[in-house]
Design a protein around this ligand. Structure first.
Ligand code: DX5
Ligand code: ZN
Length: 218
């Protein structure tokens, strides 16, 4: 199965955003993860469009935008215009998830849906045909640097069985507490895309940490 690393810019040095984005651009990471928080859906505020712009200008890589905001469909189109290749909304933030995912695809980009740690993956049944990606949160959304919640791997394995049964090819991404210490078992459980913030930007050699995650065995 393909392995992709999506470094989270939330842990980058915002005083040196262009430098850090170019470093990821040179690395073996294929995606760049952008965490947007509104202080309502999660108890933290990160950044929005003005910060997406310099990131988009400094890399041609796949921009993976994770919206941790209420009423995400008010803004999903603007994130597509700002250069997002994929917009992920939270299941808990919308009333009509299928409609929201369809609308994201109508912008000509890929659609993603995320579930918080307490939301079971069974809610995604019936939605997989509209989703290019499911993002399993392995920490409570809101902050980088938290510890991986162990039960998350069972959710990944269950979701892997659901996706393989319907044959939609939906990618599984995981976000929170990922490093080269656990990446091998996380890939082995059926994930395709690993988000990593503090493990990448906190490493003495971020590019080497990315390679280590890509090559890790369970
Ligand atoms: C948390 C964000 C994550 C965060 C991950 O709400 O969605 O993407 O940046 O950070 P680490 O990898 O440090 O757990
Ligand atoms: Zn995220």
């Amino acid at each position: 199965m393909e392995r992709i690393i999506s470094p989270s810019m939330l842990s980058a040095d915002f005083g040196n955003l262009e430098r850090d984005t170019r470093m990821i651009d040179r690395s073996s990471a294929e995606w760049v993860h952008i965490d947007v928080m509104d202080g309502v859906f999660v108890p933290n505020i990160s950044f929005g469009f003005p910060v997406m712009k310099p990131i988009r200008q400094a890399t041609g890589k796949f921009l993976d935008v994770h919206l941790m905001i209420v009423e995400p469909m008010k803004y999903a189109g603007r994130f597509a215009e700002a250069g997002a290749d994929l917009v992920t909304i939270h299941y808990e933030a919308v009333d009509d998830a299928a409609g929201a995912l369809r609308q994201i695809r109508s912008y000509g980009i890929r659609s993603g849906i995320s579930v918080k740690p307490a939301t079971p993956v069974s809610v995604l049944e019936g939605l997989l045909e509209f989703a290019d990606l499911v993002l399993i949160m392995s920490v409570e959304p809101g902050f980088g640097g938290q510890s991986f919640i162990e039960g998350s791997l069972e959710k990944v394995a269950e979701l892997r069985r659901m996706i393989d049964a319907v044959g939609t090819g939906t990618l599984i991404e995981i976000d929170g507490g990922i490093s080269s210490e656990n990446s091998g078992e996380v890939f082995a459980a059926g994930c395709n895309v690993l988000v990593a913030g503090s493990a990448v930007f906190g490493a003495a050699d971020p590019e080497a940490e990315i390679v280590k995650m890509l090559r890790s065995a369970p």
